[in-house]
Design a protein around this ligand. Structure first.
Ligand SMILES: C[S@@+](CC[C@H](N)C(=O)[O-])C[C@H]1O[C@@H](n2cnc3c(N)ncnc32)[C@H](O)[C@@H]1O
Length: 238
C-alpha cells in the first residue's frame, strides 16, 4: 500500500477519537498533554494581527480554533490536511457550515499545496512532519511564505544514529509492533513508515538552510524518558 493511502486510512479511523488518543500518547512518552503541546507551538509563534496563517496538516483543526480563541481573525487562518475525516471534525468545530473557518479548510497534500506563491506570513505545523517527505514540505512552505514570513514546527525529533539502515529497520519493527498492539494495522503501517521522516536537530538545520530559510532556532523540549525520541520546536524565517 502506498504511504499516502496508509496515512489517510490510519487518520480516517482515528478521527473520531483523535485528541484523546494523542493526549494519552504524548503523556505516556513525553509527559506532555496534547493541549499543552499545541499551546506551546502557538505561544512560540510570533503572531501579528495582520498575519495570514496556514496550519499545515491541521487535522481536527485544534490549532486554528486555539488561534481564533486567542483573538486572531478567523478569516486569516487557513488549514490544510490530506485526510477528509479529520477535516470534517475541524468543520464541526465552527457549527456554521458557511463560516470562514470552513471556507478556509482545504483537503490536499502538503507536498503540493494549492496556494499561490508568497501568500502567507505564518506557516505552522504540529505533530505531522514525520508523516511527510520533510524536504518537499519545507520547499512548499518556503514557496507559499512571503519574504520575512515565519515557519513554526513542533514534532518528534530523531537522533543522528537513526540514519544507519540497521537502526532504522529495528525502529520500524518496534513502531509497527507497538502501534499494532495498542491501536490497529493501519496506524502501525503509518507510524512504521514515518520512521524515515523523523529528523535529528542537525538534519533539520541542514534541510531548512538548503531550502533557503534563515534565523533557524531548534529547541529540544522536555521528554519523560531519555530513550524515547524527544520533541523538537523548530522556528525559521524566509
Ligand atoms: C498527528 S496529526 C496532527 C494534526 C494537527 N496538526 C494537530 O496538531 O493536532 C497528523 C495529520 O497530518 C496529516 N497529514 C499526513 N500527511 C499529510 C500530507 N502529505 N499532507 C497534508 N496532511 C497530511 C494527517 O491527515 C493528520 O491529520
Amino acid at each position: 500500500m502506498e504511504d499516502k493511502t496508509k496515512i489517510i486510512e490510519a487518520f480516517s479511523e482515528m478521527a473520531p477519537r483523535y485528541e484523546q488518543v494523542v493526549d494519552s500518547e504524548l503523556n505516556r512518552f513525553w509527559g506532555w498533554s496534547y493541549y499543552g503541546f499545541v499551546n506551546l507551538i502557538i505561544a512560540s509563534t510570533p503572531i501579528e494581527p495582520q498575519d495570514i496563517i496556514l496550519d499545515v496538516a491541521t487535522g481536527t483543526g485544534v490549532i486554528p480554533s486555539l488561534l481564533e480563541k486567542a483573538g486572531h481573525p478567523r478569516n486569516q487562518i487557513h488549514g490544510l490536511d490530506i485526510t477528509m475525516s479529520m477535516l470534517m471534525r475541524a468543520k464541526g468545530r465552527s457549527g456554521d457550515q458557511n463560516s470562514h473557518a470552513n471556507q478556509n479548510l482545504v483537503c490536499a497534500s502538503a507536498m503540493e499545496m494549492p496556494y499561490a506563491n508568497s501568500g502567507f506570513s505564518q506557516v505552522i505545523c504540529g505533530l505531522a512532519t514525520h508523516h511527510m517527505d520533510v524536504k518537499e514540505l519545507i520547499l512548499e512552505s518556503y514557496r507559499i511564505l512571503r519574504s520575512g514570513g515565519k515557519l513554526t514546527i513542533g514534532d518528534v525529533g530523531g537522533s543522528n544514529i537513526w540514519k544507519f539502515p540497521g537502526v532504522k529497520f529495528l525502529l520500524r519493527i518496534i513502531a509497527f509492533s507497538y502501534f499494532f498492539l495498542v491501536e490497529n494495522k493501519s496506524r502501525a503501517w503509518a507510524e512504521a513508515s514515518a520512521v524515515s521522516n523523523v529528523l535529528s536537530k542537525d538534519d533539520w538545520s541542514r534541510v531548512l538552510m538548503n531550502c533557503g530559510f534563515r534565523n533557524i532556532v531548534i529547541q529540544k523540549l522536555k521528554s519523560r524518558f531519555f530513550w524515547v525520541p524527544a520533541p523538537l520546536l523548530i522556528k525559521a524565517e524566509k
